[in-house]
Ligand binder design. Sequence first.
Ligand code: GCU
Length: 563
Amino acid sequence: MRKTQAWNNNWQFIKTDGDFYNIEIDESQFEAVTLPHTWNNIDGQSTVDYYKGKCWYRKNFEKPVVESEGRILIQFEAVAQVAEVYVNGKFVVEHRGGYSTFFADITEYLVEGTNNISVSADNSSKDVYPQNSDFTFYGGIYRPVTLITVSNNHFSFDQDGSDGVFLTPNVNGYVDVAGFVAGQNNGKVICKISDSLGTLAGTGEIDVHHGQFQLNVSVPNPHLWQGVEDPYLYTAIVELSVAGVIVDSLSYRIGFRSYQIDPNKGFILNGIETPLRGVAKHQCREDKGIAVSYADQIEDMELIAEMGANTIRLAHYQHAAMTYDLSDEMGMALWAEIPFTTVFEPSKECRDNATSQMIELVRQNYNHPSIIVWGIGNELSLGGESEALYDELRALNDLTHTLDPTRLTALANASITKLGAPLRSITDVIGYNQYLGWYNGTIEDNAAWMDQIHEEDPNIPVGISEYGADSVMKWHSSEPRKKDYTEEYQALYHEGNVKYITDRPFLWATHVWNMFDFAAAFRDEGGSVGRNNKGMVTFDRKTKKEAFYLYKAYWSKDKFVHI
Ligand code: GCU
């Protein structure tokens, strides 16, 4: 049977490159660290020349006990940006992509007794996205690591970082369960689905053929997942048995829901018009950088819920498994995206990387009911529009639909693009990143602009994937003006926009940029270095800005401030 063990303690770290995968290394220069860890937690929030390079982590461990012919794997929930894994001096696997999960099967590399694992992390790579963007590219093993032991027959751990089981609930009362099995091919898969009280709601089983299986489990009259109103989840337990003995088992929370996005009525969830109004977020906070804890993630999600949001754009990369889990439980509709942002270099390396990142995003997160759209890119026209870019996006869009025919695709465009521009029609739905009243124009310009984007493309669902204004808490004014970085101007900016948005239900989703102030090392504005200050809440999470309470008044059922 599968056993998992958190593997975050007793790591050694050195902030420089070298042959640190060799078995015999003088570790006196290393420092003891606990994961999650980043080496940019301080410099990444303050200076443009934060450390980018290859650094090393090492850990010595006893060979885990595993039944005969079993496998021993290490699951890395993310290593930024490029990782190489070595065991006992031998190369095991490389992973290119800083925000997604990958497995290292280390079984063949182990010896009896004490073993060594060495992992390099490199945040300076030029052919792994993101290459350039308005946030700090932290380095490190900044999400949890897990040791997994399984018997030889198990649900497969794919190269795409998924665990090989894909569940598609259908509101008509059944769940498609498909997947892959490694080890041998004559086992049986059993799926048991229970409701939130633990009562069995449906069960099914099927024989595995050639390492694959597909079955249909009937769940009559399912209780629907209705976003923040009623985020009802079922639990699916998927077991693999061989000769009547259960050898592997996985558990998922799933939700039954159907949706459409209509160019005039916006987002419709289970037949109910549900305007998506919410925020975008990064994964970082003061002094910890991107290496946040589970408690931090919960605090972030609770703040978002308190503000009354019902959607989150998880910018600009794959987020932690925990974030998707919490969104399922809290009913947040998600825009989940790959780190393909701002700059596009037409090269084979870049194309391969954007492709592999999309495969990983979709396959690793397929089972989450909260995910509504897959975002294929952000503001790529800023790097210049070209046929190569359009081709890249068309290919990514097609790939995404092949990987997941059940969901829609989305693209975040920089401000307004030209009428008829391909960037308006490649994906199923689009969003614009629009900063009228901040970088240019006036707050009032937004009303006419929102009507314009709808009138110009009446058959394309349009949303606002970003809008926002900076405020640095030390500035205040009784006569707030554009770009004065005061909390008061930021509140005025959002007051205008929230009214215009409320009056325009055709906007399928709107996302405030950003829920939290975040690290953007190259920035130096408003007297704040290394920070994008467009958050509703400060980088340290200690202060809710005025605009936070404004949205709470508009969106939340609980409009009162609790003191
Ligand atoms: C963008 C971009 C964000 C950025 C934001 C801003 O358009 O997509 O990553 O942080 O604008 O300027 O604040």
